[in-house]
Design a protein around this ligand. Structure first.
Ligand SMILES: Cc1cc2nc3c(=O)[nH]c(=O)nc-3n(C[C@H](O)[C@H](O)[C@H](O)COP(=O)(O)OP(=O)(O)OC[C@H]3O[C@@H](n4cnc5c(N)ncnc54)[C@H](O)[C@@H]3O)c2cc1C
Length: 361
């Protein structure tokens, strides 16, 4: 982080995208595809705790432009558990070296929370799928070389049935990128619109089973949500650390501002909640390691920790006074960057729907 990321991050924020070189640098350090078999260029160790360490260090560095978490925690499981041997040989070496950047495209202009309303569709024509439609809000959308696109492949199946995952590759005719979207935070992250106009996707690029795309998504979403929760807790810890330093040195009325009882109590409360969050998320990681993380627990972890992240960032910004509103202070960036955590990966309202359903309601 200190060598390859921190010195460049401000420039990437201005550019709205990270330099592809940082992906290759991460690949050289063995930070991409840690759970991919060694013979395919990966680390050969399927232990999600390595992913969490990387997510935490990226968060501590405030390097929110790096899309490594999406690549490692969200895409890798699809390629490893659903990819054919041929697909794995074709894609995973580049995935691990950082030369093949990935994305996943579920959301569309008209369908986010309600994935059953997806309009992007593909029809079979000989040995190809012919894909048309558009996606939006896609993380790594500009840099991505391989995009897992969720498309309706059976027009007659309603709702969740009839969706499939198609791997669309850079350069396929009819695959165009739209705007690199301007966002409130995550300024160095390329979040983009994608367009597909009769893209011929070879049948060999179907990932997983035809018509079971929704099931594949549901199987992988708990890890995505856990990954978001891991980042949320690390963000709370980092902002608290920054703020504790600040309130100990900033003086008002002849004393450090942290020594006023209201502020001391506030920081005591936030520190307690962060510790509770860390304890729960660590337990979720342990459950995940043995294949027992429930959909409901992952949803609880996602909504609760990201709400907390926003609360901690907001309170800590307030404790910085006017300096907190200045972009040169990292707390302001933490406040802006954290806001989306309650939105993506399934909004926190959808998380509560999942938890509620788990209660039989
Ligand atoms: C920076 C960023 C990166 C993203 N990256 C990706 C990506 O890589 N790939 C991808 O596919 N998507 C990505 N997304 C999209 C993200 O997952 C969606 O924005 C999110 O799922 C919400 O969908 P929506 O925006 O369509 O909101 P909507 O579904 O329209 O929701 C609007 C509001 O209605 C609420 N709502 C909806 N349904 C219910 C309900 N049943 N009960 C109560 N409230 C409800 C929501 O909680 C929300 O508050 C990203 C988004 C952002 C902002």
């Amino acid at each position: 982080m200190e060598r390859h990321v921190t010195p460049h991050h401000a420039a990437w924020e201005k550019a709205g995208i990270v330099d592809r070189d940082v992906w290759v640098a991460a690949g050289k350090q063995g930070l991409l595809g840690m759970d991919v078999p060694e013979e395919l260029g990966g680390g050969g160790v399927a232990d999600f705790r390595y992913n969490t360490v990387l997510d935490e260090e990226i968060t501590r560095a405030g390097a929110t432009g790096l899309g490594f978490g999406l690549h490692n925690d969200i895409i890798a499981p699809y390629l490893l558990s659903l990819g054919t041997e041929e697909q794995q040989r074709r894609w995973l070496p580049g995935f691990c070296s950082g030369e093949l950047i990935t994305a996943i495209a579920m959301s569309e202009p008209g369908a986010g929370s309600d994935l059953q309303r997806l309009r992007t569709h593909a029809r079979r024509d000989g040995t190809d799928w012919v894909l048309s439609g558009s996606k939006t809000f896609i993380t790594n959308g500009i840099n991505a070389d391989l995009v897992l696109v969720v498309a309706r492949t059976d027009p007659d199946a309603d709702g969740a049935r009839g969706l499939s995952l198609l791997a669309v590759e850079r350069g396929m005719a009819g695959f165009e990128r739209g705007r690199n979207l301007e966002k409130v935070g995550l300024k160095a992250q390329d979040t983009a619109e994608l367009f597909f106009d009769e893209v011929r996707v070879p049948a060999g690029n179907l990932v997983g089973e035809e018509g079971r795309g929704f099931v594949h998504l549901m199987e992988n979403l708990p890890q995505e949500r856990l990954s978001i929760a891991v980042v949320a807790v690390a963000a709370c810890e980092r902002v608290l650390e920054l703020t504790l330093d600040y309130v100990k040195s900033r003086q008002a009325f002849g004393r450090p501002i942290g020594s006023f009882q209201a502020n001391r109590f506030l920081l005591a409360e936030l520190s307690t909640e962060t510790t509770v969050a860390r304890t729960f998320v660590d337990e979720c990681v342990r459950q995940h390691m043995v294949g027992r993380l429930s959909v409901s627990d992952a949803a609880m972890a996602k909504w609760w920790t990201t709400d907390l992240q926003n609360k901690v960032a907001d309170s800590c910004l307030q404790l910085h006074g006017g300096y907190g509103y200045m972009t040169e202070y990292p707390v302001s960036k933490a406040w802006l960057d954290g806001r989306v955590q309650a939105i993506y990966g399934g909004t926190n309202e959808i998380m509560k729907e999942i938890v509620g359903r788990g209660l039989g309601l």
